[in-house]
Ligand binder design. Sequence first.
Ligand code: TXA
Ligand code: MG
Length: 323
Amino acid sequence: MKYSTMTHPTQTYALELEGIEVAADAIKAGKLVAFPTETVYGLGADATNDIAVAKIFDAKGRPHFNPLIVHLPDLESATDIARFDKHAENLSHEFWPGALTLVLPRIAGSALSLLVSAGLPTVAIRIPAHEGARMFLRAAGCPIAAPSANRSGHISPTTAQHVSEAFGDEVATILDGGPCRIGVESTVLDLSGGDPMLLRPGGVPIEELEQVLGRTLPTADATDNRPRGPGMAGPHYRPSIPLHLDATTHRPGEALLGFGPTEAATLNLSETGDLREAAANLFAHLHALDRGSFSAITAMPIPDHGLGRAINDRLRRAAMPHE
Ligand code: TXA
Ligand code: MG
């Protein structure tokens, strides 16, 4: 059943076969789809499509690139993109599908966009318990990156109406599955660095995790010596060579990370000056230049609006000197 779209270009569908088909096609076409999970509504895009992932950050108005959770319909599809150690195996068997997100090492060479992980070697994975959500994920046939479907700095949406109020026509399709059962986001647990660490309390109680792990869980801010949780102050991707910002010239031996029309760039984030394209290329280009034999990376200035703010935020952090 399709709802009225007379006043609104976004199409809202009940979470039934027809809507799921339309939404899956939108995902395959690189568009944004909002969908319900048992925690909150997510703003989803094909996690293997850099430009589609960049659209998420654009629509949310995030001033920085936070890594995104990758949603999958089942455990089998997760083992293609992340490495599961014993803790991860135990916890996934116990709590998946459900409101637990696990941060795990990415499998190198997976099809996932680097932007999904904000350049980090890890990936956050969740298999929602919501039946309709998993039907949609299966129909889409690709991993789906999805933050909560709210604008940056606003509260998370627990109804389809919250989503349409927040995004207007920036979302191609909204799947309406009614109010979310849990209503708070998933618990995020980092298993990428050996000892489990809690990054965000959420839908699965910490006590239940501790029971399965047989130990108490440290939280990220209590033990800040470990580089992880890439929130505002957290760690982030940093190249191994110095990065200079807002450059107009570069010295011999240095790589020039270009933006806009220029002949001089070693790699160009976007020759046409398109910020979405630049966001999509940012981490891949930084990684590529870091792997080259350059003495430093020199980045041309990026306009500080829209996605440019997030790009500049990441570039500034990537340029911080190594201690
Ligand atoms: O319930 C939920 O988790 C919802 C639904 C839609 O699944 N999603 C959600 O996503 O809340 P978001 O983007 O609003 O929050 C994801 C959290 C952020 O705090 C982010 O920093 C963290 O997970 N995160 C994601 N990937 C990470 C990674 N590779 N390393 C560390 N933290 C990560
Ligand atoms: Mg959120």
